[in-house]
Write a protein that binds this ligand. Structure first.
Ligand code: 5GP
Length: 223
């Protein structure tokens, strides 16, 4: 135990890492919110998924995704290298296990931009560490126009994504928090508030025992 003269600083109380899962239909703003969160929050890093989808012009291999062939993906799946995986919009996506296990063992927070199938699998495997947020669009018309404005996919791909978005939204009840992204700044502020509150949860902070012990044994000097 620490001597009473050098109490543990509140800012250094040890806590477990958080697995922050954010899902939404394509175009609801999830990726922008995730990107802003990574920029604003130095304690958060992102899980870079593997996918068999074709790379979009703006994407960088190894940063946005690890782009793989179907055969490579199958190899990863068979060797249990993926913590979860799913088929989404006709392509395969999966979360590499190693990076997550490393972050969790070091008490670092990780962000997962994954669909409802992945969210379910993570909840089943590590429920105590997972916090899930579902981002809803304000209207379906707005969702459609956001997909067109993004202009990174063909009309056919956009049509598939819109059709799939209803199926994705039907899973909203499986999430801890629901944020409607009508205004990006407001939605982002809500996500940050959720992260801050979840970090303060008592059951996520084993270091509190030592901290409170320190408080109770501290004998302040008379002033
Ligand atoms: P996109 O092709 O637009 O990048 O992603 C399509 C969907 O796949 C999104 O809903 C995204 O969250 C989801 N996704 C991305 N990576 C993963 C993953 O590793 N696992 C699962 N289950 N879904 C993912």
């Amino acid at each position: 135990m620490r001597p009473a003269e050098t109490p543990t600083k509140a800012s250094t109380i040890a806590r477990r890492g958080l697995m922050l899962v954010i899902s939404s239909p394509s175009g609801a703003g999830k990726s922008t919110i995730a990107r802003n969160l990574l920029e604003a929050d130095p304690e958060m890093s992102i899980s870079v998924s593997v996918t068999t989808r074709k790379r979009r012009p703006s994407e960088i291999d190894g940063r946005h995704y690890h782009f793989k062939s179907i055969r490579e993906f199958e190899g990863l799946r068979q060797t249990e290298a993926l913590l979860e995986w799913a088929e989404v919009h006709g392509n395969f996506y999966g979360t590499p296990r190693d990076a997550v296990e490393e972050a969790m063992s070091e008490g670092r927070d990780m962000l997962f931009d994954i669909d409802w199938q992945g969210a379910q699998q993570l909840q089943d495997k590590m429920s105590g560490d997972v916090v899930s947020i579902f981002i809803l669009p304000p209207t379906m018309a707005e969702l459609q126009s956001r997909l067109h404005r993004r202009a990174e996919d063909t009309d056919e791909v956009i049509a598939t994504r819109l059709a799939n978005s209803r199926a994705e939204i039907e899973h909203w009840l499986e999430y801890d928090y629901i944020v409607v992204n009508e205004d990006l700044d407001t939605a982002f502020a809500a996500v940050r508030a959720i992260v801050e509150a979840e970090r303060l949860r008592r059951d996520r902070r084993p270091g509190l025992f030592e901290y409170v012990q320190g408080l109770l044994t501290e004998t302040p000097k008379l002033v």
